[in-house]
Design a protein around this ligand. Structure first.
Ligand SMILES: [Zn+2]
Length: 92
């Protein structure tokens, strides 16, 4: 694996989903209104960006996490931070 220089995130990432889990990319900061760029994973244009500004479809990032669980833990793709109110409180 090539070691890329550790950049500061554009905005703060939250949790890394478990392999097979879904990313929570609700923040509008994931969306580039001005420019489509080739997805880092499938090469098709996308306006979505990871927390580090890497162009990637959410679905591609999710499959990448499932396919690369070890590398995924380094935090290339993470969900948004869940601040304050929790949407689904699963108290049994
Ligand atoms: Zn893609």
């Amino acid at each position: 694996m090539t070691r890329r220089a550790r950049k500061k995130p554009l905005f703060e990432p939250g949790l890394i989903p478990a392999p097979g889990g879904l990313l929570d990319w609700r923040s509008s900061q994931h969306f580039d209104r001005f420019e489509s760029r080739p997805c880092a994973l499938c090469d098709k244009p996308t306006r979505l960006r990871s927390h580090y500004g890497e162009p990637a479809h959410k679905a591609c990032a999710e499959s990448w996490i499932a396919a690369n669980p070890t590398e995924a833990r380094l935090g290339r793709f993470a969900s948004d931070i869940q601040c304050k109110r929790r949407r689904d409180d699963d108290h049994a």
